[in-house]
Design a protein around this ligand. Structure first.
Ligand SMILES: Cc1cc2nc3c(=O)[nH]c(=O)nc-3n(C[C@H](O)[C@H](O)[C@H](O)COP(=O)(O)OP(=O)(O)OC[C@H]3O[C@@H](n4cnc5c(N)ncnc54)[C@H](O)[C@@H]3O)c2cc1C
Length: 377
């Protein structure tokens, strides 16, 4: 299918692809191995203006353009999905502030986030609260002009390196999800501790743990109103799921392209292995699935850009594209035979990274729950 990109979008796609080829691909496996967040690349992305595509001009952005985000995330994910996931998180924070933050919070945080001068993170999950955010036990207690925050967020993209976090905590522990509120917290505040994690995939996304020990923040750092936390988290995650789906699409494309090239080059029984029907069918199936993934993502992106509700579309795109990314990585490994199983090829990284996308920002089961709710009520 022709993506129907404008000439500006074609230019953007090429610019991002060139950046990935020159700067990301050469260091991607080293970053993955060392679990190292590519801070220089992240800052360069800010300088290039690739954080501008969902931000009002007033705060340094270029307005809403979710198709541009698909282009940026998917091209970057072809080189390093961890980086794409960190960009998605930066966008999540800006979206939360843009939709729900006070003018003070928008002016304080969005411009440096757009420029990539500061790194943002989005902290919800706790040991006892994953799919069910109503189970959050971290608390925010109002005390005069301050809130006192306590809690532990156990898995946060960019968490080990972020400067600013939006953190979801209970202001009313008696009310479940309705008792949640969102707050802006900075890494340098007293009582904030971050620790890096050692995940199996997405190893360069700065995955970390965030601990809050009696952190005192001004009341101005409340995002929206008390009790808005679940509303903020769920609506912003709809948006983030388009980014995760685009990241998965990028991984699937990278795996597919490697497999096609290898199948044409590798000879066994005196012919290219691409002559064997078993492999041809594998690649034909995958080509269809990857194309379908793109259509689902663009449908979600366009629905969003029209200002319509896109919860179901984003859940469908995220569910399907993460599944296709896992399948594409597995298929590529199979087609490469023993070479695909070695660490010096990126294929096993694609698999580890793709699997994380079936869990992050709502598991596949939760996406089905969301889709079914839209269909069945
Ligand atoms: C790579 C990665 C990055 C992440 N980044 C962040 C981040 O930046 N910030 C953040 O706050 N969190 C982050 N997370 C956490 C992520 O959002 C949670 O892992 C996810 O929401 C699931 O929660 P859980 O892991 O506690 O699993 P659980 O909720 O305990 O679920 C366990 C299993 O039960 C299934 N299940 C649960 N409820 C239902 C149900 N109602 N119906 C059917 N099945 C169900 C799940 O699908 C899963 O298979 C990240 C996770 C990963 C893997």
């Amino acid at each position: 299918m022709v993506l129907d990109l404008t000439s500006e979008q074609e230019k953007l796609k090429k610019e991002v692809a060139d950046f990935v080829k020159d700067k990301v691909e050469p260091i991607a496996s080293g970053l993955d191995e060392k679990c190292q967040f590519p801070i220089e690349l992240f800052k360069e992305i800010g300088e290039k203006g690739w954080f501008k595509f969902n931000v009002p001009e007033k705060y340094g952005g270029e307005g809403k353009n979710t198709t541009n985000l698909f282009i940026v995330f998917s091209e970057i994910a072809k080189g390093l999905a961890s980086l794409s996931v960190s960009l998605d998180t930066q966008y999540l924070l800006m979206e939360a502030l843009n939709l729900y933050g006070s003018e003070y919070l928008k002016e304080k945080y969005i411009p440096p986030l757009v420029k990539g001068e500061i790194i943002g993170a989005f902290a919800i999950t706790e040991q006892t609260a994953g799919s069910d955010i109503g189970g959050i036990t971290g608390t925010a207690k109002k005390n005069g002009n301050e809130y006192v925050l306590n809690g532990e967020k156990c898995v946060v993209v960019s968490g080990a390196v972020a400067d600013a976090f939006i953190v979801f905590l209970k202001t009313d522990p008696t009310k479940g999800a309705k008792g949640l509120s969102a707050f802006m917290v900075e890494k340098d505040m007293d009582g904030v501790v971050v620790e890096p994690l050692n995940p199996s995939g997405l190893r360069a996304c700065g995955l970390g743990k965030l601990v809050l020990n009696n952190v005192r923040i001004p009341v101005e750092n409340l995002v929206g109103n008390e009790g808005d936390g679940a509303k903020i988290a769920l609506s912003v995650l709809d948006f983030g799921r388009i980014g995760i789906a685009s990241t998965a699409y990028g991984i699937a494309q990278a795996a597919f392209e490697s497999a096609v090239n290898y199948a044409k080059e590798r000879k066994q029984f005196n012919v290219p292995i691409s002559n064997f029907q078993g492999l041809r069918w594998m690649l034909a199936d995958l080509a269809v699935e990857i194309e379908a993934t793109k259509l689902l993502i663009l449908e979600a992106a366009k629905t969003r850009d029209k200002g319509l509700r896109y919860t179901k579309e984003a859940a469908m795109a995220k569910l399907y594209s993460s599944k296709v990314a896992v399948k594409a990585a597995l298929t590529a490994i199979q087609i490469f035979g023993h070479y695909g199983y070695l660490k010096d090829k990126p294929l096993e990284r694609y698999l580890r990274d793709a699997k994380g996308l079936e869990i992050a920002e709502g598991t596949s089961e939760i996406q089905k729950l969301v889709i079914a709710r839209h269909i069945l009520g």
